[in-house]
Design a protein around this ligand. Structure first.
Ligand SMILES: Cc1cc2nc3c(=O)[nH]c(=O)nc-3n(C[C@H](O)[C@H](O)[C@H](O)COP(=O)(O)OP(=O)(O)OC[C@H]3O[C@@H](n4cnc5c(N)ncnc54)[C@H](O)[C@@H]3O)c2cc1C
Length: 449
């Protein structure tokens, strides 16, 4: 046998699976047809956050009347900076794999028979296979991608220059982040969202606060907008059906943030008895195991949530189990949105509890009640914590630092902490995380200020 483990796909999920299995003494190969780091490092999380962080600095300077500078964005220089970061992160990943003696094989991995992977006609034999091939944008009939002016997010972010009028289809995580980015670059931005709230599935107050902030910045947002592209020759024109009217919305560029499919072409999953759901995503249990005990699947190809947060951990879990350490996925997966006002969310909303017929309540503390928010000149937003009895079951925050604060709350949920447990914890002053103490205080004894 050539290897103990072959990992197909070198994104975040495949990387962590390969590294973990190798750490535990397995002889591992990772097959990557494009670039180690996959979508997250090369095309999604890291580049998009580099761009968003840059425009946030710009926004902060504009907002601070006591800073006397006229800052502008040098997009070319920023793109070079972004490329440097991608290369550094990717370089470290490759080094880590090499240090653990993981063999990196360049090419497309294909599964045809049990225990074998074919790369460019060469067969590699293995005991275990980890499928970590990710997902890709799809061209939907109402929004056909054309490589010119109807694009997926990454292609749009990599245009050498952006046109003035941009229409974003989908008001989810990617739509909100891109709207933040494009608006800060001075573009006219419109979001078309099919559902009645921006950020569908999120706490509705979080969604409303985000909508308000984007609208204050000048982003036009249509909700309950059933739209389709009717022209994309010169301008992109949308026919938009709203609850009580019909409008034509046009732009120079349309960015389609909805619709993805698992990357399973070339993997004959049926032949090796690996089951998929009706959308083609591989079905796994909480140990990242598929229906075939020799096959694991991690990351986007293994279904929702499609996030690097999950992909990385699922890779570790697969690596652990292959290496003989029994391991399961965490119960909670926090979501962060790096919008102008950051968002962090983990666990249940009050609406979720109502749907499940579970008693619960939520308590909200505004950012303006936290001294640190004032020193940061960012007093908008709030933290909302959902409890059932004394147990913390959800946390939803919008505001400066939310993407960091949510990790502490994720820990609280995962550890099953109660209000009494968290009330005992001291958070240093002045920090944004102190907002957690304030919520606990109010849950136990009411307001102190
Ligand atoms: C604009 C944008 C921003 C995002 N921001 C965030 C964020 O901030 N935080 C977050 O958690 N998530 C974010 N995501 C989601 C995140 O990028 C993905 O969930 C994550 O990259 C999935 O990792 P993966 O390892 O499963 O797959 P991928 O990263 O897609 O990696 C799969 C790899 O497999 C390779 N491959 C595919 N088929 C084969 C084959 N047959 N043989 C060999 N190689 C193959 C591909 O080339 C690819 O490199 C974002 C997504 C987008 C689009």
């Amino acid at each position: 046998m050539d290897f103990d483990v072959i990992v197909i796909g070198g994104g975040v999920g495949g990387y962590s699976a390969a590294l973990r299995a190798a750490e535990l003494g397995k002889k591992v190969a990772i097959i990557e047809k494009d670039e180690i780091g996959g979508e997250c490092i090369n095309r999604a999380c890291i580049p998009s956050k580099t761009l968003i962080d840059a425009v946030k600095i710009l926004n902060k300077i504009k907002k601070a009347s006591w800073i006397k500078a006229s800052a502008t964005l040098d997009y070319e220089e920023l793109s070079r900076f972004k490329d440097k970061i991608i290369e550094s992160v990717k370089g470290k990943m490759i080094k880590n794999l090499e240090n653990r003696s993981v063999t990196i094989i360049k090419g497309k991995g294909e599964i045809k028979r049990e225990g074998e992977v074919d790369v460019n006609g060469k067969i590699y034999t293995t005991d275990k296979i980890v499928i970590a091939t990710g997902s890709s944008p799809i061209s939907l009939p109402a929004f056909p991608l054309n490589g010119k002016n109807v694009l997926d997010p990454w292609t749009a972010m990599n245009l050498p220059s952006l046109p003035q009028k941009i229409v974003i289809v989908g008001g989810g995580v990617a739509g909100v982040e891109l709207a933040t980015l494009f608006k800060a670059m001075g573009k006219d931005v419109t979001i078309l969202e099919l559902m009645p709230q921006l950020l569908p599935g999120f706490d509705k107050d979080i969604a409303n606060e985000t909508k308000k902030r984007l609208e204050e910045r000048g982003v036009k947002i249509y909700l309950q907008a059933n739209s389709k592209i009717i022209e994309s020759e010169d301008k992109v024109v949308f026919d938009v059906t709203l609850p009580s009217s019909n409008e034509k919305v046009s732009g120079d560029l349309a960015v389609i943030t909805i619709g993805r499919k698992p990357n399973t072409e070339g993997l004959d999953l049926q032949a090796v008895h690996v089951n998929v759901d009706k959308r083609g995503y591989i079905i796994v249990n909480d140990r990242a195991e598929t229906s075939n005990p020799k096959y694991y699947a991690v990351g986007d190809v293994a279904g929702m949530p499609l996030s690097a947060t999950k992909a990385w951990k699922q890779g570790i879990v697969a690596g652990d189990n292959i290496g003989g350490i029994s391991s399961t996925m965490p119960k909670y997966s926090p979501i962060s949105i790096f919008a102008d006002l950051e968002i962090g969310s983990v666990g249940k909303t009050l609406d979720d509890l109502k749907k499940d017929n579970v008693e619960g309540k939520e308590i909200t503390v505004k950012m303006e009640d936290i001294p640190r928010a004032w020193t940061l000149n960012e007093t908008e937003g709030f933290l909302k914590i959902v409890v059932s009895g004394n147990k913390i079951v959800g946390a939803h925050m919008v505001g400066e630092g939310a993407t960091e604060v949510i990790n502490t709350l994720s820990l609280a949920l995962e550890a099953g902490l109660t209000v009494d447990d968290l009330y005992k914890v001291l958070f240093s002053h002045p920090t944004v995380t102190e907002i957690i103490s304030e919520v606990m205080q109010r849950l136990k004894y009411g307001e102190v200020y």
